[in-house]
Ligand binder design. Structure first.
Ligand SMILES: [Zn+2]
Length: 284
């Protein structure tokens, strides 16, 4: 029984008008394959600027009618999603975090909990730092369970991070389970700690950390980018109120609590394998 993990590129990349060289996503799709009680983690990184949909043609395709995309779909056609009957713990690293980080994260989770019905919980701080090869299972730090979602600010210059200096952030959702029947169990949101042009709060999508947190956390919940600039899941932050759009809400419903419980694969060690090369993809 194989599991899978995706890495979603940061939503709030800067808009092309502000930073023409900025690409949309630094994404990675991870696939876990269980071996006995353990699991094999197959990491399939997408090249910088590539889109998850390009790596999995026909899967998670943009549904123009509904206004959202998903990273992956299971064989039954439903989006890969979290188990809504298990709390989703989020922990954050205060290292390199900007002022107001805790309040912004709490507000972002409150908004997403209300919209999705998922039991998103802010469980406090951790001494863990983000990594490009983060183990989904860390019993020495978190006990015998899947690691919590990690939210952390970091310097893009840190070796191995899937974060570019022009990014506001990047998301790495991780799913496990049998091929075609995967469930998200952990993930990372890595924010760019060198972006001094951004500020705390939810004032305006143009410069609010709150907008980036909501965007990246929606990636962790399973959503991809859309072409509609009025949605928070647009690849560029744009400007205006930090509010979920109709497409965002439709996507949240598709990965939220409405579809009922999922069986969560038992937590255990995973092994990371080299991924196959991802196809190139155009940069907006
Ligand atoms: Zn994004």
């Amino acid at each position: 029984m194989p599991p899978s993990e995706p890495r979603a590129g940061g939503p709030n990349d800067d808009g092309p008008r502000l930073r023409p060289a900025l690409t949309a996503v630094a994404g990675v799709l991870l696939t876990l394959a269980a071996v006995g009680l353990a699991a094999t983690l197959v990491v399939r990184p997408l090249t910088a600027g590539s889109e998850p949909n390009a790596a999995t043609p026909g899967v998670g395709a943009l549904r123009e009618d509904a206004g959202f995309t998903v990273w992956e779909r299971n064989d039954d056609g439903t989006p890969v999603r979290w188990d809504p009957c298990t709390p989703i713990e989020v922990m954050w690293s205060p290292v390199a975090a900007p002022p107001g980080a805790a309040a912004d994260l709490r507000e972002a989770l409150d908004r997403l909990r209300a919209a999705s019905g998922l039991d998103l919980q802010l469980a406090g701080t951790t001494d863990e730092r983000p990594s490009g090869s983060r183990p989904p299972y860390q019993p020495e730090r978190y006990g015998d369970r899947w690691a919590p979602v990690l939210v952390a600010w970091a310097d893009p210059a840190q070796p191995g991070l899937p974060l570019r200096d022009t990014d506001r952030g990047v998301a790495v959702p991780v799913a496990v389970g049998a091929e075609g029947d995967r469930t998200y169990v952990t993930g990372q949101v890595i924010l760019n700690g060198t972006r001094d042009d951004l500020r705390s709060g939810f004032g305006d999508r143009a410069d609010a950390w709150g907008a980036t947190l909501v965007h990246e956390l929606l990636h962790v919940l399973g959503l991809g980018h859309v072409d509609d600039p009025t949605q928070l899941m647009h690849r560029f932050p744009g400007s205006g109120a930090v509010e979920l759009g109709d497409g965002d809400l439709a996507g949240i419903a598709a990965v939220g609590a409405e579809l009922g419980c999922r069986e969560v694969p038992t937590a255990g060690p995973v092994r990371v394998q080299d991924p196959p090369p991802a196809p190139g993809h155009g940069v907006p």
